[in-house]
Design a protein around this ligand. Structure first.
Ligand code: ACO
Length: 308
């Protein structure tokens, strides 16, 4: 019995901040941001929208897409490094707001790879027969830990939420393989010390190497070859990092998810947000073999190979 996604959903806050808006606020340029990152605009949540609000809207979208009721959920996992507060968890707040009265709930902290960690955790509980339906959400309000005085980081991030419902799917489909990993020695390159601090160059080098290696690893673990892959959904951190994994897998440009231009880097939310858009816009189809790969602070990484 395989675990797979039976519903997807997303939410981004309405307010859009363009590169031109940032030019007015700091010493940067639309040209630099586009060329170095691929980002054109990002959605930023105002005071009235917290992390749990974004998570709630994405969750409702995914639950309705899955055609289930909140009471059927056995577990809610929320991957975030920007919870409303340290506790109660965003997952517990959602449990109440969704009316998911039969669900256990916890947050997962693995930075941008958090959604991958959440999905792999959900897979274990589904395949062991412990729970029938698990809600996994990646959500971040990075704007509240962004140092708006630091042009090296302030231009990169956006706010948003993406959600999936994980459940049993028919044989041969769903999650075929996964990889999770961590290297705590790289923690000094990306961390929160009140605000977010990053050594962009070191993170860049790590990401290019790790994304490629992990993507290849899950393909081989699934008993497949690169030629069998129909679509790649990489963490949307920087178009240059994403492109390096696409090229390593030998995929044409139209076979890679790209939403970084409109949402920026939304950390743990970027992969489920992209998946939701890719499905809605017809880029992901039935029977496709999809590779998901993410990396983040920790340093952490995770990848999945899924047959849709
Ligand atoms: N506007 C204009 N100039 C800028 C800006 C900016 N916003 N930011 C930096 N610069 C300048 C620098 O000051 C530097 O100028 P100098 O040469 O005069 O000193 C120059 O541009 C080059 O800066 P670098 O930081 O060396 O440029 P780099 O090629 O490393 O690109 C970038 C920077 C885009 C941040 C890149 O390092 C990167 O994408 N790293 C990975 C970041 C990432 O993915 N982080 C998140 C991962 S985990 C998570 O999602 C939370």
């Amino acid at each position: 019995m395989n675990a797979g996604f039976i519903g997807v959903g997303k939410y981004v806050p309405p307010h859009i901040v363009t590169n031109a808006d940032l030019e007015k606020r700091m010493d940067t340029s639309d040209e630099w941001i586009r060329t170095m990152t691929g980002i054109e605009e990002r959605h930023i949540a105002d005071e009235s929208i917290n992390t749990s609000d974004m998570a709630y809207h994405a969750a409702m979208d995914a639950i309705s897409d899955a055609g289930i009721q909140p009471e059927q959920l056995g577990l809610i996992l929320v991957a975030t490094v920007t919870p409303d507060r340290p506790f109660p968890t965003v997952a517990a707040m959602l449990q109440e707001r969704l009316g998911a009265k039969n669900a256990a709930a916890m947050d997962i902290s693995a930075a941008c790879a958090g959604f991958m960690y959440g999905v792999v955790t959900a897979k274990q509980f589904i395949e062991s027969g412990t729970y029938d339906y698990i809600l996994v959400i990646g959500v971040e309000k990075l704007s509240k830990i962004t140092n708006w005085e630091d042009r090296n980081t302030a231009v990169l991030f956006g706010d948003g939420a993406g959600a999936v419902v994980v459940s049993k799917v028919s044989e041969g489909r769903g999650i075929l393989s996964f990889e999770l990993g961590a290297d705590g020695s790289g923690g000094k390159h990306l961390y929160q010390d009140e605000k977010l601090v990053m050594n962009g160059r070191e993170v860049f080098k790590f990401a290019v190497r790790q994304m490629g290696e992990s993507a290849e690893s899950v393909i081989y673990k699934a008993g497949l070859q690169k030629e069998d892959v129909d679509f790649l959904i990489p963490h949307q951190a920087n178009i240059r990092i994403m492109e390096s994994s696409r090229i390593r897998l030998g995929l044409p440009i139209e076979k890679m998810s790209k939403t970084v231009h409109k949402y920026g880097n939304t950390s743990s939310a970027s992969i489920p947000i992209s998946l939701t858009d890719d499905l809605a816009e017809g880029r992901v189809k039935d029977d496709d073999v999809i590779v998901f790969v993410g990396f983040g602070g920790g340093l952490t990484w995770g990848a999945l190979c899924i047959k849709w």
